[in-house]
Design a protein around this ligand. Sequence first.
Ligand SMILES: Nc1nc2c(ncn2[C@@H]2O[C@H](COP(=O)(O)OP(=O)(O)OP(=O)(O)O)[C@@H](O)[C@H]2O)c(=O)[nH]1
Ligand SMILES: [Mg+2]
Length: 387
Amino acid sequence: MEKGNVLVVGFAGVGKSTLIKTVIGEEAMGKATACGKKAGADFKIYDNKSIPFRLIDTTGIEPGTFKEKKGANAVKKWSGDIIKSGDKENQASVIWFCVDKYTAKYFPSTIDAFIDAVSVWKNVPIVVVITQAYTEEESAKVKEIVEKAFMSKKKYATRLSDIVYVIAKPRSEEDGTLLPPMGITELIEATNNLMPVGLQAAEKDVARYNLSRKRAMSHAVVSVATLTGITVGGVAAPVVDLMLLKPTESLEVESIFKIWGIKKTKKSKEVLKMMIDLGTVSITGKTLASALKVIPGINLGAAAVNAAISGTIIFALGEASAFVFEQIYTGKQTINDIEWVQKVVSDSLTSTALDKVTSSVKGLSKNADKTEILNAVVSSFAKKQLA
Ligand SMILES: Nc1nc2c(ncn2[C@@H]2O[C@H](COP(=O)(O)OP(=O)(O)OP(=O)(O)O)[C@@H](O)[C@H]2O)c(=O)[nH]1
Ligand SMILES: [Mg+2]
């Protein structure tokens, strides 16, 4: 089937590549092809067999009169050359204008250059994607600036089709909070709907693709949370204090819950609380720590062992949450079946936790850092899937 292209433009560093990576998937990132080589600029085109459209990553346009012209000219020249060469394959069908909170203030003075850069794509709809705004206030502020700038001229106003707010990658704040990715599946749906009719993917294909995105975003949250768990729990104490992990567990479970967009009800709150509590009671760090002591061949400091135990607990809880919420989202299970949820989560935490921890600590080097421990935890889980 023929696919449309999304031309991704915006200031340098707003998060274009990060967004593309989340939309297209990590595997597809490595397979980018240069497009419009003839056209002089080496913009990258990203494709993935199940995504309904391709994405074209452009050179970031830097604010500041001179630099801004350079970036904008590259986009303009590339676009003009694609049109001239009659290259059907690389025509833009939708444009994403990425604006982040840091550079939004430059947007009004740059909108002329932006619009000029994409002026050859005459009736192509523009979606403004607000990136890197991590609070409601921040995103509302950016939205207001963008709307005002587009409304300043009628010919701009008619091009603006939608404004979507995204977090493309989980964000961990200094104070330990964690913001899950958001807005990605909404952006994919909105974009598909704006494609010319002949290039639109069927709704069920988009739904299937978005399911795979939710899964990938859940895994991204599990990774970030596991790293936090490794940091928080990696102290040289005789046993892991599971209460230390509770804040990370809450953020992890709630973040994954948000990704799947399940309604917040009294029941769901109860289920979330139960899941988080299971994380602190199912296996005790003490049991694991003492069991590890009798396993031969493990010669690591307490901090590294505790870090691996903590990481394993957070990882197991996260994977179980992702599974539970996917089953509920797809209607295979209901949130009312508390016993089922309880069984899935406690099985994930108890059944093979010791095996997992053993296998992750066995390969660790003496001075393993957090990343090495994270990789060991992740691969100890991957092993089971293969078996
Ligand atoms: N946590 C988090 N970080 C983000 C997000 N979007 C962008 N960033 C960070 O912002 C920085 C710039 O992001 P890039 O995706 O490289 O930006 P870009 O627009 O492709 O930049 P150029 O290619 O230079 O034009 C990186 O350090 C990203 O990790 C996001 O949604 N969440
Ligand atoms: Mg980039």
